[in-house]
Design a protein around this ligand. Structure first.
Ligand code: DGL
Length: 268
């Protein structure tokens, strides 16, 4: 049995969006071995039922546990919002589970200046009301304003990022009455960091637009430090697996992870 510190950090998402989280983890924890699983065969999760999301997430968790991961990072808001408890149950005492919602909720509720927090995400994330409930549980005085922005994921995956189409879609969603008067906006989907600049631009760079990736990576560093599980050896190994491979996923993965990576296909 390998010592716990060198065991990999398992990361998963419905597709390549979670690579934004993997990239932040690589920067903040450069020694860690990483195994990334993108469930591209079942993408998108955002339109699926809770039962289906749970069944996909539990299956991937079993796979990552089989790969001897010391921690599982659910780099998908949709799975974090709908399947966190099921994932923890599946992982049991074999690996700690870190989602992308709890660390962000913790971060925003500690900032007294945030009185009205906006959240955008997939339909399944917004409809689950997970963010609303978790923020209210920590601070019932915060107003939580949510909006499903389902066109963002296909827009980003199709490469509409810095053009008239993406600007029109971004403007159309962000100008909705649900998001009026907010003092911070949580990007509740791991694809959205790709359009963070355009979202910030819509607000003339005057609104805090919150990207969960660095918050989650910092949370993970603290957690592994507290558990004495930080990998002190250098030369980390990275493995990127997808459940369905296309050249296109290979090409766009470059956008989400800031270096060239090689995707391997695997059926679970
Ligand atoms: N990246 C996923 C998330 O964070 C959304 C993509 C999907 O709908 O599968 O919610």
């Amino acid at each position: 049995m390998k010592k716990i510190t060198t065991r990999p950090v398992g990361i998963f998402d419905s597709g390549v969006g979670g690579l934004t989280v993997a990239s932040a983890i690589k920067q903040i924890l450069p020694n860690e071995n990483l195994i990334y699983f993108g469930d591209t065969a079942h993408l998108p999760y955002g339109d699926k039922s809770r039962e289906t999301i749970i069944s996909y997430a539990a299956n991937i968790t079993r796979f990552l546990i089989g790969q001897n991961c010391k921690v599982i990072v659910v780099a998908c808001n949709t799975a974090s919002a709908n399947a966190y408890e099921a994932i923890k149950e599946e992982a049991g005492n074999q690996a700690v589970v870190v989602d992308v919602i709890n660390p962000v909720v913790d971060y925003v509720t500690k900032r007294a200046e945030y009185k009205n927090i906006g959240i955008i995400g997939t339909k399944a994330t917004i409809n689950s009301e997970t963010y609303d409930k978790k923020i209210k549980a920590l601070n019932p005085l915060i107003v939580v304003s949510t909006l499903a922005t389902p066109l963002f994921v296909p827009m980003i995956e199709e490469g509409f990022i810095y053009d008239d189409i993406s600007n029109a879609i971004i403007r159309s969603y962000l100008s909705r009455h649900e998001l009026r008067d907010i003092d911070a906006l949580i990007m509740g989907c791991t694809h959205y960091p790709i359009i963070k600049n355009q979202i910030s631009k819509y607000y003339n760079f005057k609104l805090d637009v919150i990207d969960s990736s660095a918050i989650v990576a910092n949370y993970l560093r603290k957690l592994l430090g507290e558990k004495n599980q930080l990998n002190m050896e250098s030369n980390p190994r990275y493995k990127f697996i997808v459940s369905d491979y296309t050249e296109y996923f290979q090409v766009i993965s470059r956008l989400f992870f800031d270096e060239e990576i090689r995707l391997e296909k695997m059926d679970l």
